[in-house]
Design a protein around this ligand. Structure first.
Ligand SMILES: Nc1ncnc2c1ncn2[C@@H]1O[C@H](COP(=O)(O)OP(=O)(O)OP(=O)(O)O)[C@@H](O)[C@H]1O
Length: 361
């Protein structure tokens, strides 16, 4: 297990890259803790696989260094970095038994057979494959095969990190849930440093202690699931995490007052605005109330999704989503109000700090 330090890493696939837009990965400079479970989350093309391949050594970064526990490994191969990898599709030897598939990475490294036996049996238990140890892999289902791949990733006790690249893509939805929870448990038991790439927020939020949200080649926030929900650093995080995502509307701010259209909204604290950039007010749909008092709103549609209702509305000419409990009433001629403490102010897409949070309040 290792702490992974990414020092000023950038990557462009073209050697002629000059402008920031030419880079698939813009500057990444972070330390990932030893034993942490990280998810790299973001839409297709945002640079997740590029970053993962730089960590594993499949790709040499255009700029920067990568360190494991303070040791520079930038020039080392994947093998020399001592990393286990689990890919999107199962990599299984069909003619071997389940046991031999799991034993392969150990026997390959000349681990004594008694230790192989012990470790493989542990992994068989962990992955619920004990009942099929002697079966050939050939006839297994796709998710059983992927369990073998996951098991193979976990079987070596001394790896620096385990990297997972969308490992549950081929798994059916129910089994996905089971494997996700199992992986979380395996992480708790083993405390390997794990990096898990996905574009699925549910997968990221259930697996990871820390979610690394990527957008357009950069890391826009690293945080716990709660931090990403409560204090998104960037409008992209607000929009991408949550269902529906955060509402954003153009605003102007003066002291502790924001204006959206012709409405005045009191803020809990005064944001520290430095530039004359584009200002937006953000509020999650869960922190908006509909009642008899408040600001005018037009309700366009109510979607019933079981325990909750999603109200699609228009506020000051802007679309607004509101999440209500299933038994919340919507009065005729409803008015809208925002929970002051859940409002975020964003300048050119980045969250603006406010006076009291900077002073530690
Ligand atoms: N071998 C390559 N040569 C040129 N451009 C590439 C190469 N691999 C990726 N890219 C580009 O780099 C950017 C980041 O791609 P990357 O595969 O890292 O994204 P991703 O977030 O993993 O996406 P996905 O979820 O679709 O795999 C994209 O614009 C992609 O087109």
């Amino acid at each position: 297990m290792a702490r992974i330090s990414l020092e000023h890493i950038r990557h462009a696939y073209s050697p002629r890259a000059k402008a920031a837009g030419d880079y698939a990965l813009k500057e990444v400079h972070h330390d990932w803790e030893d034993g942490g479970a990280y998810a790299l989350l973001g839409p297709s093309g945002c640079g997740k696989t590029t970053l993962l391949n730089i960590i594993s050594g499949l790709l040499h970064p255009s700029d920067g260094r990568i360190l494991f526990d303070g040791r520079d490994v930038t020039e080392l191969s994947t093998e020399e970095r001592n990393i286990a990898q689990v890919f999107q599709f199962p990599v299984v030897y069909d003619t071997m038994t389940v046991f031999d598939n799991l034993a392969f990475p150990l026997r390959n490294r000349k681990v004594p057979e008694a230790e192989v036996e012990k470790r493989v049996n542990e992994i068989l238990e962990m992955t619920d494959l004990a009942g099929m140890a002697k079966r050939r892999a050939q006839r297994l289902t796709a998710d059983q095969k992927q369990k073998i791949s996951l098991g193979r990733g976990l079987v070596r006790a001394n790896v620096n990190a385990i990297l997972f690249d969308e490992p549950l893509t081929v798994i059916d939805p129910h089994m996905k849930w089971v494997l996700r929870s199992q992986l979380k448990r395996l992480h708790r038991q083993s405390r390997f440093t794990m990096v898990y790439v996905t574009h699925d927020q549910t997968e990221a939020l259930t697996f990871a202690d820390k979610v690394v949200v990527m957008h357009d080649g950069q890391i826009v926030q690293i945080g716990t699931p709660a931090e990403l929900f409560e204090r998104p650093s960037h409008t992209f995080v607000g929009y991408f995490i949550g269902s529906p995502g955060m509402n954003f509307m153009p605003a102007s701010v003066e002291g502790v007052t924001a204006r959206v259209g012709d409405q005045t909204i009191a803020l809990a604290n005064a944001p520290i605005l430095r530039s004359d950039g584009k200002i937006e007010l953000g509020i999650r749909p869960e922190f908006i109330k509909l009642g008899r008092d408040g600001m005018p709103v037009t309700i366009n549609k109510v979607e019933d999704i079981g325990r909750q209702k999603i109200v699609r509305a228009t506020f000051c000419g802007q679309p607004l989503s509101i999440v209500l409990a299933e038994d919340d009433d919507i009065p005729t001629d409803a008015k809208v109000s925002f929970d002051q403490h859940a409002i975020g102010i964003f300048s050119d897409s980045w969250r603006v700090e406010n006076r009291s949070s900077r002073q530690g309040g």
